[in-house]
Design a protein around this ligand. Structure first.
Ligand code: GLY
Ligand code: MN
Ligand code: MN
Length: 460
Protein backbone atom coordinates (compact mmCIF):
# COMPACT_ATOMS: atom_id res chain seq x y z
CA UNK A 1 0.00 0.00 0.00
CA UNK A 2 2.77 2.37 0.84
CA UNK A 3 3.79 2.43 -2.79
CA UNK A 4 0.71 4.13 -4.18
CA UNK A 5 1.80 7.30 -5.86
CA UNK A 6 -0.54 9.01 -8.25
CA UNK A 7 1.32 10.17 -11.30
CA UNK A 8 -1.90 10.54 -13.18
CA UNK A 9 -0.48 12.71 -15.93
CA UNK A 10 1.93 9.99 -16.94
CA UNK A 11 -0.70 7.33 -16.81
CA UNK A 12 -3.42 9.00 -18.79
CA UNK A 13 -1.06 9.55 -21.65
CA UNK A 14 -0.52 5.86 -22.21
CA UNK A 15 -3.74 4.26 -21.08
CA UNK A 16 -7.25 5.68 -21.46
CA UNK A 17 -8.10 7.11 -18.04
CA UNK A 18 -11.26 5.06 -17.78
CA UNK A 19 -9.33 1.81 -17.68
CA UNK A 20 -6.67 3.08 -15.31
CA UNK A 21 -5.67 0.65 -12.61
CA UNK A 22 -3.87 2.01 -9.61
CA UNK A 23 -1.37 -0.80 -10.12
CA UNK A 24 -0.41 0.92 -13.34
CA UNK A 25 0.35 4.23 -11.75
CA UNK A 26 4.07 3.66 -11.51
CA UNK A 27 4.11 2.11 -14.90
CA UNK A 28 4.90 3.53 -18.20
CA UNK A 29 2.91 1.06 -20.24
CA UNK A 30 3.75 1.75 -23.86
CA UNK A 31 0.59 1.11 -25.80
CA UNK A 32 -2.57 -0.55 -24.59
CA UNK A 33 -4.10 -3.18 -26.80
CA UNK A 34 -7.81 -2.60 -26.57
CA UNK A 35 -9.20 -5.33 -28.75
CA UNK A 36 -7.83 -8.39 -27.02
CA UNK A 37 -10.58 -10.52 -25.50
CA UNK A 38 -10.20 -12.73 -22.49
CA UNK A 39 -9.70 -16.36 -23.39
CA UNK A 40 -13.08 -17.92 -23.91
CA UNK A 41 -12.28 -21.46 -24.81
CA UNK A 42 -11.49 -23.18 -28.01
CA UNK A 43 -14.27 -25.66 -28.64
CA UNK A 44 -17.43 -27.02 -27.08
CA UNK A 45 -17.63 -26.24 -23.37
CA UNK A 46 -17.03 -29.82 -22.26
CA UNK A 47 -15.03 -30.70 -19.21
CA UNK A 48 -13.64 -27.56 -17.68
CA UNK A 49 -10.14 -28.61 -16.66
CA UNK A 50 -6.76 -27.47 -17.93
CA UNK A 51 -5.51 -29.21 -21.06
CA UNK A 52 -2.26 -27.56 -22.09
CA UNK A 53 1.41 -27.88 -21.17
CA UNK A 54 0.76 -26.59 -17.65
CA UNK A 55 -0.79 -29.41 -15.65
CA UNK A 56 -3.49 -29.53 -12.97
CA UNK A 57 -0.78 -30.17 -10.40
CA UNK A 58 0.98 -26.91 -11.28
CA UNK A 59 -2.23 -24.93 -10.93
CA UNK A 60 -2.95 -26.64 -7.63
CA UNK A 61 0.53 -25.82 -6.37
CA UNK A 62 -0.09 -22.14 -7.19
CA UNK A 63 -3.31 -22.21 -5.18
CA UNK A 64 -1.55 -23.87 -2.26
CA UNK A 65 1.06 -21.11 -2.27
CA UNK A 66 -1.68 -18.50 -2.20
CA UNK A 67 -3.43 -20.35 0.64
CA UNK A 68 -0.18 -20.41 2.62
CA UNK A 69 0.24 -16.68 2.06
CA UNK A 70 -3.34 -16.09 3.25
CA UNK A 71 -2.78 -18.19 6.37
CA UNK A 72 0.44 -16.35 7.17
CA UNK A 73 -1.33 -13.00 6.83
CA UNK A 74 -4.46 -13.93 8.76
CA UNK A 75 -6.92 -13.73 5.87
CA UNK A 76 -9.96 -16.00 6.24
CA UNK A 77 -11.43 -15.97 2.73
CA UNK A 78 -10.82 -14.89 -0.83
CA UNK A 79 -12.89 -15.34 -3.95
CA UNK A 80 -11.57 -14.94 -7.48
CA UNK A 81 -13.90 -14.78 -10.45
CA UNK A 82 -13.42 -15.78 -14.04
CA UNK A 83 -14.39 -12.21 -14.77
CA UNK A 84 -14.71 -11.70 -18.48
CA UNK A 85 -15.88 -8.12 -18.24
CA UNK A 86 -13.63 -5.76 -20.06
CA UNK A 87 -12.85 -2.27 -18.88
CA UNK A 88 -15.04 0.57 -20.23
CA UNK A 89 -12.41 1.49 -22.80
CA UNK A 90 -12.63 -2.03 -24.18
CA UNK A 91 -9.17 -2.82 -22.84
CA UNK A 92 -8.54 -6.04 -21.00
CA UNK A 93 -8.61 -6.24 -17.23
CA UNK A 94 -5.49 -8.29 -16.56
CA UNK A 95 -6.81 -9.44 -13.21
CA UNK A 96 -9.37 -11.48 -15.15
CA UNK A 97 -6.53 -13.87 -15.83
CA UNK A 98 -5.84 -14.42 -12.13
CA UNK A 99 -8.56 -17.06 -12.29
CA UNK A 100 -6.92 -18.72 -15.28
CA UNK A 101 -3.49 -18.50 -13.63
CA UNK A 102 -4.81 -20.34 -10.57
CA UNK A 103 -7.05 -22.90 -12.28
CA UNK A 104 -6.09 -23.28 -15.96
CA UNK A 105 -9.80 -23.04 -16.76
CA UNK A 106 -10.60 -20.97 -19.84
CA UNK A 107 -14.30 -21.71 -20.15
CA UNK A 108 -17.03 -21.10 -17.63
CA UNK A 109 -17.37 -17.31 -17.63
CA UNK A 110 -18.48 -16.11 -14.21
CA UNK A 111 -17.03 -19.15 -12.42
CA UNK A 112 -15.44 -18.54 -9.03
CA UNK A 113 -12.61 -19.94 -6.94
CA UNK A 114 -13.15 -19.81 -3.17
CA UNK A 115 -10.12 -19.99 -0.90
CA UNK A 116 -10.75 -20.81 2.73
CA UNK A 117 -7.35 -21.39 4.40
CA UNK A 118 -8.79 -22.29 7.84
CA UNK A 119 -11.30 -24.83 6.55
CA UNK A 120 -11.24 -28.27 8.16
CA UNK A 121 -11.69 -30.08 4.88
CA UNK A 122 -11.94 -28.06 1.66
CA UNK A 123 -9.54 -25.13 1.61
CA UNK A 124 -10.27 -24.55 -2.06
CA UNK A 125 -13.41 -25.05 -4.06
CA UNK A 126 -14.62 -24.25 -7.53
CA UNK A 127 -18.04 -22.76 -8.33
CA UNK A 128 -19.31 -23.16 -11.88
CA UNK A 129 -22.27 -21.51 -13.62
CA UNK A 130 -25.54 -23.45 -13.69
CA UNK A 131 -26.09 -25.90 -16.52
CA UNK A 132 -28.78 -24.78 -18.94
CA UNK A 133 -30.62 -27.80 -20.35
CA UNK A 134 -30.75 -26.23 -23.83
CA UNK A 135 -27.12 -25.14 -23.81
CA UNK A 136 -25.58 -28.29 -25.28
CA UNK A 137 -27.47 -27.66 -28.54
CA UNK A 138 -25.49 -24.49 -29.07
CA UNK A 139 -22.21 -25.15 -27.32
CA UNK A 140 -21.84 -28.90 -26.97
CA UNK A 141 -21.92 -30.95 -23.83
CA UNK A 142 -20.76 -29.69 -20.47
CA UNK A 143 -20.08 -32.01 -17.61
CA UNK A 144 -22.52 -32.39 -14.76
CA UNK A 145 -21.20 -32.12 -11.23
CA UNK A 146 -19.45 -35.24 -10.11
CA UNK A 147 -16.23 -37.16 -10.01
CA UNK A 148 -15.35 -36.61 -13.65
CA UNK A 149 -15.52 -32.84 -13.25
CA UNK A 150 -13.53 -32.99 -10.04
CA UNK A 151 -10.81 -35.02 -11.72
CA UNK A 152 -10.68 -32.83 -14.82
CA UNK A 153 -10.49 -29.59 -12.86
CA UNK A 154 -8.21 -30.85 -10.09
CA UNK A 155 -10.61 -29.63 -7.39
CA UNK A 156 -11.89 -31.99 -4.71
CA UNK A 157 -15.01 -29.86 -4.40
CA UNK A 158 -16.88 -28.44 -7.41
CA UNK A 159 -20.26 -26.77 -6.90
CA UNK A 160 -22.63 -24.47 -8.77
CA UNK A 161 -22.49 -20.71 -8.23
CA UNK A 162 -25.80 -20.72 -6.37
CA UNK A 163 -24.06 -22.16 -3.32
CA UNK A 164 -21.21 -19.63 -3.31
CA UNK A 165 -22.84 -16.96 -1.08
CA UNK A 166 -23.38 -19.41 1.78
CA UNK A 167 -19.95 -20.95 1.40
CA UNK A 168 -18.29 -17.52 1.37
CA UNK A 169 -20.14 -16.42 4.51
CA UNK A 170 -19.09 -19.55 6.32
CA UNK A 171 -15.47 -19.18 5.12
CA UNK A 172 -15.35 -15.65 6.54
CA UNK A 173 -16.97 -16.71 9.81
CA UNK A 174 -14.83 -19.75 10.46
CA UNK A 175 -11.58 -17.86 9.95
CA UNK A 176 -9.72 -16.69 13.04
CA UNK A 177 -9.51 -13.09 11.83
CA UNK A 178 -12.95 -13.02 10.18
CA UNK A 179 -11.29 -10.87 7.58
CA UNK A 180 -11.79 -11.50 3.88
CA UNK A 181 -9.14 -10.29 1.48
CA UNK A 182 -9.53 -8.44 -1.80
CA UNK A 183 -6.64 -9.43 -4.04
CA UNK A 184 -6.82 -6.43 -6.35
CA UNK A 185 -6.28 -4.66 -8.58
CA UNK A 186 -7.34 -1.32 -7.15
CA UNK A 187 -9.06 0.76 -9.81
CA UNK A 188 -9.83 4.44 -10.16
CA UNK A 189 -13.34 5.74 -9.53
CA UNK A 190 -14.27 5.87 -13.21
CA UNK A 191 -13.81 2.09 -13.56
CA UNK A 192 -16.46 -0.41 -12.53
CA UNK A 193 -16.00 -1.84 -9.03
CA UNK A 194 -14.30 -5.24 -9.46
CA UNK A 195 -16.77 -8.05 -8.95
CA UNK A 196 -14.48 -9.63 -6.36
CA UNK A 197 -14.62 -6.50 -4.20
CA UNK A 198 -18.34 -6.07 -4.70
CA UNK A 199 -19.00 -9.62 -3.53
CA UNK A 200 -16.68 -9.42 -0.51
CA UNK A 201 -18.21 -6.13 0.58
CA UNK A 202 -21.73 -7.50 0.23
CA UNK A 203 -20.81 -10.65 2.15
CA UNK A 204 -19.06 -8.85 5.02
CA UNK A 205 -21.79 -6.21 5.26
CA UNK A 206 -24.15 -9.00 6.25
CA UNK A 207 -21.88 -10.25 9.06
CA UNK A 208 -21.20 -7.69 11.82
CA UNK A 209 -17.61 -7.56 12.99
CA UNK A 210 -16.08 -8.80 9.71
CA UNK A 211 -14.13 -6.76 7.21
CA UNK A 212 -12.28 -6.77 3.88
CA UNK A 213 -8.50 -6.34 3.76
CA UNK A 214 -6.48 -5.44 0.67
CA UNK A 215 -3.52 -7.41 -0.70
CA UNK A 216 -2.81 -6.21 -4.21
CA UNK A 217 0.79 -7.40 -4.32
CA UNK A 218 0.66 -11.17 -4.00
CA UNK A 219 -0.98 -12.20 -7.28
CA UNK A 220 1.07 -9.81 -9.46
CA UNK A 221 4.19 -11.08 -7.66
CA UNK A 222 3.25 -14.70 -8.29
CA UNK A 223 2.38 -14.05 -11.93
CA UNK A 224 5.54 -12.03 -12.49
CA UNK A 225 7.85 -14.87 -11.46
CA UNK A 226 7.57 -17.26 -14.40
CA UNK A 227 8.26 -20.95 -13.99
CA UNK A 228 9.99 -23.05 -16.65
CA UNK A 229 6.74 -24.04 -18.35
CA UNK A 230 5.60 -20.44 -18.65
CA UNK A 231 8.98 -19.49 -20.08
CA UNK A 232 8.72 -22.37 -22.55
CA UNK A 233 5.24 -21.24 -23.68
CA UNK A 234 6.55 -17.70 -24.13
CA UNK A 235 9.46 -19.04 -26.20
CA UNK A 236 6.95 -20.83 -28.45
CA UNK A 237 4.86 -17.68 -28.86
CA UNK A 238 8.03 -15.78 -29.72
CA UNK A 239 9.14 -18.41 -32.25
CA UNK A 240 5.79 -18.16 -34.03
CA UNK A 241 5.96 -14.37 -33.99
CA UNK A 242 9.51 -14.45 -35.34
CA UNK A 243 8.33 -16.64 -38.23
CA UNK A 244 5.65 -14.06 -39.02
CA UNK A 245 8.07 -11.15 -38.97
CA UNK A 246 10.54 -13.01 -41.17
CA UNK A 247 7.73 -13.80 -43.63
CA UNK A 248 6.73 -10.13 -43.64
CA UNK A 249 10.27 -8.90 -44.17
CA UNK A 250 10.92 -11.27 -47.02
CA UNK A 251 7.62 -10.65 -48.86
CA UNK A 252 6.97 -6.91 -48.41
CA UNK A 253 7.34 -4.73 -51.49
CA UNK A 254 6.24 -1.31 -52.68
CA UNK A 255 2.62 -1.38 -53.87
CA UNK A 256 1.50 -3.81 -51.17
CA UNK A 257 -1.05 -2.55 -48.63
CA UNK A 258 -0.39 -2.56 -44.90
CA UNK A 259 -3.33 -4.95 -44.63
CA UNK A 260 -1.71 -7.42 -47.01
CA UNK A 261 1.54 -7.31 -45.05
CA UNK A 262 -0.35 -7.78 -41.78
CA UNK A 263 -2.10 -10.79 -43.26
CA UNK A 264 1.20 -12.37 -44.33
CA UNK A 265 2.57 -11.93 -40.80
CA UNK A 266 -0.53 -13.14 -38.99
CA UNK A 267 -1.02 -16.09 -41.33
CA UNK A 268 2.47 -17.29 -40.46
CA UNK A 269 1.57 -17.15 -36.75
CA UNK A 270 -1.34 -19.48 -37.38
CA UNK A 271 0.56 -21.77 -39.71
CA UNK A 272 3.16 -22.14 -36.95
CA UNK A 273 0.39 -23.19 -34.56
CA UNK A 274 -0.74 -20.06 -32.73
CA UNK A 275 -4.50 -19.98 -32.47
CA UNK A 276 -4.78 -16.35 -31.43
CA UNK A 277 -3.02 -13.03 -31.66
CA UNK A 278 -1.75 -11.69 -28.36
CA UNK A 279 -3.13 -8.26 -29.35
CA UNK A 280 -4.29 -6.38 -32.41
CA UNK A 281 -1.33 -6.12 -34.79
CA UNK A 282 0.12 -2.69 -35.56
CA UNK A 283 1.44 -2.48 -39.13
CA UNK A 284 1.95 1.16 -40.04
CA UNK A 285 3.90 2.54 -42.98
CA UNK A 286 5.19 6.02 -43.81
CA UNK A 287 3.25 8.54 -41.69
CA UNK A 288 1.39 5.71 -39.98
CA UNK A 289 4.64 4.44 -38.46
CA UNK A 290 4.36 7.41 -36.08
CA UNK A 291 0.84 6.51 -34.87
CA UNK A 292 1.35 4.56 -31.64
CA UNK A 293 -2.09 2.92 -31.63
CA UNK A 294 -2.32 2.35 -35.37
CA UNK A 295 -4.87 -0.42 -35.72
CA UNK A 296 -5.87 -3.02 -38.23
CA UNK A 297 -9.15 -1.33 -39.13
CA UNK A 298 -7.31 1.55 -40.81
CA UNK A 299 -4.48 -0.24 -42.52
CA UNK A 300 -5.49 0.04 -46.18
CA UNK A 301 -2.60 2.34 -47.05
CA UNK A 302 -0.49 1.34 -50.05
CA UNK A 303 3.17 1.27 -49.04
CA UNK A 304 5.66 3.14 -51.17
CA UNK A 305 9.33 2.69 -52.05
CA UNK A 306 11.62 4.54 -49.65
CA UNK A 307 9.20 4.28 -46.74
CA UNK A 308 9.54 2.48 -43.44
CA UNK A 309 6.95 0.09 -42.07
CA UNK A 310 6.67 -0.49 -38.34
CA UNK A 311 5.30 -3.90 -37.34
CA UNK A 312 4.40 -4.38 -33.65
CA UNK A 313 2.95 -7.87 -33.49
CA UNK A 314 2.57 -10.87 -31.22
CA UNK A 315 1.31 -14.42 -31.43
CA UNK A 316 -0.03 -16.27 -28.44
CA UNK A 317 0.50 -19.84 -27.26
CA UNK A 318 -1.76 -21.15 -24.50
CA UNK A 319 -2.45 -17.57 -23.41
CA UNK A 320 1.23 -16.65 -23.23
CA UNK A 321 2.02 -13.64 -25.37
CA UNK A 322 4.92 -12.53 -27.51
CA UNK A 323 5.29 -8.82 -28.27
CA UNK A 324 7.87 -7.87 -30.86
CA UNK A 325 8.42 -4.78 -32.98
CA UNK A 326 10.59 -4.55 -36.05
CA UNK A 327 10.76 -1.53 -38.33
CA UNK A 328 12.06 -2.13 -41.85
CA UNK A 329 12.25 -0.41 -45.23
CA UNK A 330 9.49 -1.36 -47.66
CA UNK A 331 11.95 -1.64 -50.55
CA UNK A 332 14.67 -3.39 -48.54
CA UNK A 333 17.15 -0.53 -48.11
CA UNK A 334 17.25 2.19 -45.44
CA UNK A 335 17.83 5.80 -46.52
CA UNK A 336 20.85 7.38 -44.76
CA UNK A 337 18.49 9.44 -42.59
CA UNK A 338 16.33 6.42 -41.63
CA UNK A 339 19.48 4.50 -40.76
CA UNK A 340 20.77 7.39 -38.63
CA UNK A 341 17.60 7.49 -36.53
CA UNK A 342 17.40 3.68 -36.40
CA UNK A 343 20.93 3.49 -34.96
CA UNK A 344 19.91 5.76 -32.08
CA UNK A 345 16.89 3.60 -31.21
CA UNK A 346 19.05 0.49 -31.47
CA UNK A 347 21.65 1.96 -29.12
CA UNK A 348 18.92 2.91 -26.62
CA UNK A 349 17.51 -0.63 -26.79
CA UNK A 350 20.91 -2.30 -26.45
CA UNK A 351 22.03 -0.16 -23.52
CA UNK A 352 18.78 -0.83 -21.65
CA UNK A 353 18.88 -4.55 -22.44
CA UNK A 354 22.51 -4.87 -21.32
CA UNK A 355 21.59 -3.29 -17.99
CA UNK A 356 18.87 -5.86 -17.22
CA UNK A 357 19.69 -7.91 -14.12
CA UNK A 358 18.00 -8.79 -10.84
CA UNK A 359 17.69 -5.70 -8.67
CA UNK A 360 17.32 -3.09 -11.41
CA UNK A 361 14.03 -1.22 -11.71
CA UNK A 362 11.91 -0.32 -14.73
CA UNK A 363 12.54 3.31 -13.91
CA UNK A 364 16.32 2.85 -14.13
CA UNK A 365 16.02 1.02 -17.45
CA UNK A 366 13.78 3.77 -18.75
CA UNK A 367 16.33 6.40 -17.73
CA UNK A 368 19.11 4.54 -19.53
CA UNK A 369 17.20 4.35 -22.82
CA UNK A 370 15.92 7.90 -22.56
CA UNK A 371 19.45 9.09 -21.83
CA UNK A 372 20.63 7.74 -25.19
CA UNK A 373 17.66 9.22 -27.04
CA UNK A 374 18.00 12.62 -25.38
CA UNK A 375 21.76 12.76 -25.93
CA UNK A 376 21.11 12.26 -29.65
CA UNK A 377 18.74 15.24 -29.65
CA UNK A 378 15.37 13.45 -29.71
CA UNK A 379 14.20 14.42 -26.22
CA UNK A 380 10.52 14.83 -27.08
CA UNK A 381 10.33 12.16 -29.73
CA UNK A 382 9.87 9.02 -27.62
CA UNK A 383 6.34 9.49 -26.40
CA UNK A 384 5.77 6.25 -24.55
CA UNK A 385 7.29 4.11 -21.84
CA UNK A 386 10.17 1.72 -22.30
CA UNK A 387 8.49 -1.56 -21.59
CA UNK A 388 6.20 -3.76 -19.57
CA UNK A 389 5.79 -7.22 -18.10
CA UNK A 390 4.98 -9.94 -20.60
CA UNK A 391 3.26 -13.26 -20.01
CA UNK A 392 -0.45 -13.91 -19.66
CA UNK A 393 -1.69 -11.04 -21.81
CA UNK A 394 0.66 -8.73 -23.55
CA UNK A 395 0.75 -6.36 -20.58
CA UNK A 396 1.05 -8.90 -17.81
CA UNK A 397 0.53 -8.40 -14.11
CA UNK A 398 3.62 -7.53 -12.05
CA UNK A 399 4.86 -5.05 -9.48
CA UNK A 400 6.39 -2.20 -11.46
CA UNK A 401 7.68 -0.30 -8.44
CA UNK A 402 9.86 -3.20 -7.23
CA UNK A 403 13.33 -4.23 -8.45
CA UNK A 404 13.22 -6.95 -11.11
CA UNK A 405 13.64 -10.56 -10.04
CA UNK A 406 14.78 -13.70 -11.90
CA UNK A 407 12.06 -15.33 -13.95
CA UNK A 408 10.45 -12.05 -14.94
CA UNK A 409 9.89 -11.44 -18.65
CA UNK A 410 9.79 -7.84 -19.83
CA UNK A 411 9.76 -5.96 -23.09
CA UNK A 412 12.28 -3.28 -23.97
CA UNK A 413 10.87 -1.07 -26.71
CA UNK A 414 12.33 2.36 -27.25
CA UNK A 415 11.21 4.38 -30.25
CA UNK A 416 11.64 7.70 -32.00
CA UNK A 417 8.74 9.23 -33.93
CA UNK A 418 9.27 12.10 -36.36
CA UNK A 419 5.92 12.74 -38.08
CA UNK A 420 7.35 15.63 -40.11
CA UNK A 421 9.71 13.18 -41.80
CA UNK A 422 7.35 10.16 -41.93
CA UNK A 423 9.86 8.32 -39.78
CA UNK A 424 8.57 6.23 -36.89
CA UNK A 425 10.99 3.63 -35.54
CA UNK A 426 10.49 1.25 -32.66
CA UNK A 427 12.51 -1.84 -31.82
CA UNK A 428 10.92 -4.18 -29.29
CA UNK A 429 12.47 -7.29 -27.78
CA UNK A 430 11.34 -9.69 -25.06
CA UNK A 431 13.87 -10.18 -22.27
CA UNK A 432 14.04 -12.80 -19.52
CA UNK A 433 15.62 -11.70 -16.26
CA UNK A 434 18.00 -14.49 -15.21
CA UNK A 435 19.88 -15.13 -11.94
CA UNK A 436 22.91 -13.33 -13.26
CA UNK A 437 21.56 -10.91 -15.86
CA UNK A 438 19.34 -11.40 -18.86
CA UNK A 439 18.51 -13.54 -21.85
CA UNK A 440 17.15 -12.02 -25.05
CA UNK A 441 14.31 -14.36 -26.00
CA UNK A 442 13.55 -12.67 -29.32
CA UNK A 443 16.30 -14.20 -31.39
CA UNK A 444 16.26 -15.20 -35.04
CA UNK A 445 14.72 -12.00 -36.37
CA UNK A 446 16.94 -9.50 -38.25
CA UNK A 447 17.41 -6.48 -36.02
CA UNK A 448 20.31 -4.23 -37.01
CA UNK A 449 20.08 -2.23 -40.28
CA UNK A 450 22.75 -4.44 -41.86
CA UNK A 451 20.99 -7.65 -40.80
CA UNK A 452 17.66 -6.36 -42.09
CA UNK A 453 19.05 -5.25 -45.44
CA UNK A 454 20.96 -8.50 -45.90
CA UNK A 455 17.89 -10.59 -45.04
CA UNK A 456 15.58 -8.56 -47.25
CA UNK A 457 18.08 -8.65 -50.07
CA UNK A 458 18.16 -12.43 -50.18
CA UNK A 459 16.19 -13.73 -53.12
CA UNK A 460 15.07 -10.29 -54.34
N1 GLY B 1 2.05 -4.05 -28.73
C1 GLY B 1 1.78 -3.44 -27.53
C2 GLY B 1 2.98 -3.03 -26.83
O1 GLY B 1 4.04 -3.01 -27.40
O2 GLY B 1 2.96 -2.74 -25.66
MN1 MN C 1 4.46 -4.28 -28.94
MN1 MN D 1 5.10 -4.00 -25.84
Amino acid sequence: MKHITFVAVLLTFFVPAASAQVDDIMVVVPHETPDKQLPMGDDALGAAGPRGLVTREVYRERRLRLLTHMRENGYSAAVIFNDTRNSPSGGPDRSGLDFYYLTGIEHEPGAALLLDPDADQYTESLYLPMLDVEDHVWHGERSALGRELELSTGFARVRRLGSLPGALASAILTGESQQAVFLGPVVGYTSPIPKQLEVLRDATSRIPGTSVALDREILPAMRQAKDDLEIELTRRAIANTAAGLRAGMSQVEPGMTEFQLRTIIETAFHVEGSRRLAFGSIVGSGPNSCVLHYRGEHDHRVMGAGELVLCDVGAEVENYAADITRTFPVSGTFTPRQREVYEVVLRAADEAINAVRPGITFRELNDIARGVIEAAGYTDDMRHGLGHFLGLYVHDAGNYHLPLTPGTIITIEPGIYLPDEDIGIRIEDDILVTETGFEVLTTGIPRTPDEIEAFMGEGR
